[in-house]
Design a binder for this molecule. Structure first.
Ligand code: HEM
Length: 404
């Protein structure tokens, strides 16, 4: 098993400062406001679950552009809660791994979020969606430039029209009644009918944009790091292959849920290579920070330092070692509660978590059935990272691939 120090120097910060720190300029300031860094699992749990009501919002990074300001990430307080529920309810050659996985996750997000069938790998020159997405979704920028020109002729307009119709359309009522007949009445449905949430065109654009940005790169990164680890850890790859092969190509939702080693490989990859190193909140009111004697003033920005906790030997023995065994059912009782949160924690954690996990597991099941990944002379061990990226980004992952 390979074990080595993988943090790039700019991500080592939290690990070296202890569980709580107010950082000084320039590192600990966001737009001239001081930031409290918290890397204590108990405090993070308290603040994100028990006292969530005081830390509902992310740091306000409003720019005046509705595409940014109306995205789920930037909604505040009750507005966020309404939107959140809405989404919950609807809700042999060498391989350049990062590129291949990016192609795959772009196909998936284009299909699931935008209802558009594309094939990035084979059609990246002529396909309009791909061409636009490569410049960060010009579907949306095109719309922005045509803001006052009435209705648009694109997929987003279809969704907006459908939503507007549903307010007074009896067909939707029929679907709800049918569901109630089969499953019985639910509070969620009652809430949906009375909440009277208004979704504007800007809300839909912002959400589409965020789903693309949040759903494409993160999952591509997870798949890239996992493929890399499988290539350099042959025994783990073989164990995974044998587990998946036993399902004879049946990778239904139910089958995927019965693959503990696949689950463990993904969980361990998200521990060691969590794409999002920290998440932030803003204190709605003054707040006593556990038994530290510190009171956080209203309006202070807090950064929950996920990276330090994932890499702390206090919680994860041999933290720089990629070892899926720690997430196998028989070993899970050794995990310390609250020390694993690649998707954040509490009511405002990642809304796309289940989608991302199912996408990644299904992709790996299909890939590993057909291909074997191998370390080559060009495979960089240990990996190098790009600095100052928002997500943890490898400098380049090159591995060998051969048909089984
Ligand atoms: C491996 C894949 C992914 C990882 C590691 C990840 C991680 C995260 C994290 C850490 C947050 C911040 C949570 C917090 O503030 O507590 C977040 C938020 C979010 N993610 Fe993900 N994510 C992934 C995939 C996705 C996908 C596939 C989608 C959508 C299709 C998505 C949509 C979102 C949205 C909309 C938010 C903002 C939620 C809010 O503010 O209420 N993510 N994600």
């Amino acid at each position: 098993m390979m074990c080595y120090e993988k943090l790039s120097s700019d991500r080592k910060l939290g690990a070296s400062i202890g569980p709580i720190a107010v950082m000084t300029f320039p590192l600990g300031f966001v737009f001239s406001r001081p930031v409290l860094i918290v890397a204590d699992p108990e405090l993070i749990k308290d603040m994100n679950i028990r006292d969530f009501h005081n830390f509902v919002d992310h740091n306000d990074v409003k720019s005046g552009d509705p595409l940014n300001d109306r995205s789920l990430f930037n909604l505040m307080g009750d507005e966020w809660k309404d939107k959140y529920l809405e989404l919950k309810v609807k809700n042999g050659d060498e391989l350049d791994v990062k590129r291949a996985m990016g192609n795959l996750t772009m196909d998936v997000i284009a299909s699931c979020a935008f209802g558009t069938q594309i094939d990035v790998h084979n059609d990246n020159k002529t396909n309009e969606f791909v061409a636009n997405a490569q410049q960060i979704t010009s579907i949306i920028s095109k719309r922005r430039s045509q803001r006052n020109s009435g209705k648009h002729r694109d997929y987003l307009q279809l969704i907006i029209n459908a939503q507007n119709r549903s307010a007074d359309n009896s067909e939707d009522q029929d679907i709800d009644d049918l569901n109630e007949h089969i499953f019985g009445k639910t509070d969620a449905l009652k809430y949906q009918k009375t909440a009277n949430v208004v979704i504007t065109d800007d809300d839909m654009l912002a959400t589409s944009f965020l789903f693309f940005v949040a759903g494409y790169e993160t999952t591509a990164t997870l798949l890239s790091f996992l493929t890399y680890e499988l290539a350099i850890n042959e025994k783990c790859q073989q164990k995974l292959y044998e587990e998946i092969k036993a399902f004879n190509g049946n990778y239904s939702y139910e089958s995927i849920a019965r693959m503990p080693y696949l689950e463990a490989c993904i969980a361990e990859t998200l521990r060691l290579y969590n794409p999002v190193s920290a998440v932030s909140r803003v204190a709605i009111d003054d707040y006593k920070l556990g038994n530290t004697g510190i009171t956080i003033p209203k309006g202070m920005i807090i950064n929950f330092d996920i990276e330090s906790i994932h890499k702390s030997s206090d919680y994860h023995p041999n933290p720089f070692c990629w070892d899926p065994e720690r997430f196998m059912p028989q070993n899970r009782d050794q995990l310390v509660s609250g020390t694993y949160m690649p998707f954040g924690t509490g009511p405002r954690n990642c809304v796309g978590m289940r989608f991302a996990l199912m996408e990644a597991k299904t992709a790996v099941a299909h890939l590993i059935t057909k291909y074997r990944f191998k370390r080559t002379a060009n495979t960089t061990v240990p990996l190098k990272y790009k600095k100052f990226e928002f997500l943890l980004t490898p400098g380049g992952i090159h591995i060998g691939i051969e048909k089984r």
